[in-house]
Design a protein. Structure first.
Length: 101
């Protein structure tokens, strides 16, 4: 199941994005979050992506993220460590010494 994210992914659109992701994760074991149309994103969106990954991992489900076409947004997602598979994110966190709070 693919969840398309609109052009804006920020605090004002966060509740709808969060709800769409959680609704699909309740139904499907694997989802794809399509960020290819996103041209504006903020920390709220990154937090939703990170929380969705954590939830999916806990529930033995899978999430993949289609990167944004906009280079600035794609870079933001990549720098946050959210562009790769869950295992790559975990390896990145371990390598940097980050721990769960």
């Amino acid at each position: 199941m693919t969840i398309p994210i609109g052009t804006i992914a920020n605090l004002s659109t966060a509740p709808d994005i969060r709800e769409a992701i959680l609704d699909e994760l309740k139904i499907h074991s694997s989802i794809e979050i399509d960020c290819s149309s996103v041209v504006e994103a903020d920390l709220t969106f990154l937090q939703i992506l990170a929380a969705a990954r954590k939830f999916a991992q806990r529930e033995s489900k899978s999430i993949s993220i289609v990167p944004a076409a906009d280079p600035a947004v794609a870079g933001l997602i990549e720098r946050a460590g959210l562009a790769g598979p869950i295992s790559a994110i975990c390896e990145n966190l371990c390598a940097t010494g980050a721990t769960e709070q």
